[in-house]
Design a protein around this ligand. Structure first.
Ligand SMILES: [Fe+2]
Length: 221
């Protein structure tokens, strides 16, 4: 049976991504899927995009990725997020910008349907208590994978499961450890990985990103 790792919302935090990939590499995973928001908020966009491309990880586009290539999207963001988007635009290589432009908002393969927000709206926030059977069955796939909220959950219905693996690079459920999920048939596990938060905080501060963006990493909010 094939084993999949689900990651999402890496948000230019390569320190966290490396820790997660190190653990995934030890778990005999066949395929890694990323549910969007590769960049934004933190200061390592090229390191993150290079690694996702090098490993040919299956990715979709999140709202922060879109904001880098589509100015209208930036206008929907709060000032801290928009600041980080502008910083990312200045630092991302042309090749990596083109990679973000190439991403689709949806991916369907191997029984997985992947959306950043939901099957109905690419950028709506779906928390666990908002998931219903209509959403779970919308894509006709065994697994529906969502990101965007940075809060992990697994909701099972008969014949369909909805999974949010949480966020690698900016968890918001009060647990500062990086989050991801492993899927193997009916077995679905959310995993948490401690990483060197102060290391990405130092990098963010030295690059002039707002301190509030680093502070929230320490608390996982
Ligand atoms: Fe995000």
């Amino acid at each position: 049976m094939k084993r999949y790792a689900l990651i999402s919302d890496v948000h230019s935090n390569f320190v966290a991504l490396e820790a997660v990939l190190r653990q995934i590499d030890g778990e005999g995973v066949d395929t890694i899927i990323c549910a969007g928001d590769i960049v934004g908020y933190n200061s390592q966009p090229n390191e993150v995009v290079d690694e996702l491309r090098r490993r040919a990880i299956q990715c979709i586009m999140g709202n922060h990725d879109e904001a880098v290539i589509q100015p209208m999207q930036e206008r929907t963001m709060n000032s801290l997020a928009a600041f980080a988007v502008r910083w990312t635009k200045r630092h991302l290589t042309g090749e990596n910008t083109r990679f973000l432009s190439s991403l689709k908002q949806t991916l369907t393969f191997d029984g997985f349907a992947v959306f950043h927000g939901s099957p109905f709206d690419p950028y709506e926030y779906i928390y666990e208590d908002q998931v219903d059977e209509r959403l779970a069955l919308a894509s006709n796939c065994r697994y529906t994978v969502l990101g965007h909220t940075h809060v992990p959950f697994v909701r099972r219905f008969s014949g369909a499961t909805v999974i949010n693996p949480g966020s690698v690079g900016q968890p918001r459920d009060g647990d500062a450890r990086a989050s991801y999920a492993i899927v193997e048939g009916d077995r679905i596990d959310i995993r948490r990985v401690p990483y060197d938060i102060e290391s990405i905080v130092r990098l963010n501060v030295s690059e002039g990103l707002p301190t509030a963006l680093s502070e929230r990493l320490r608390w996982g909010v």
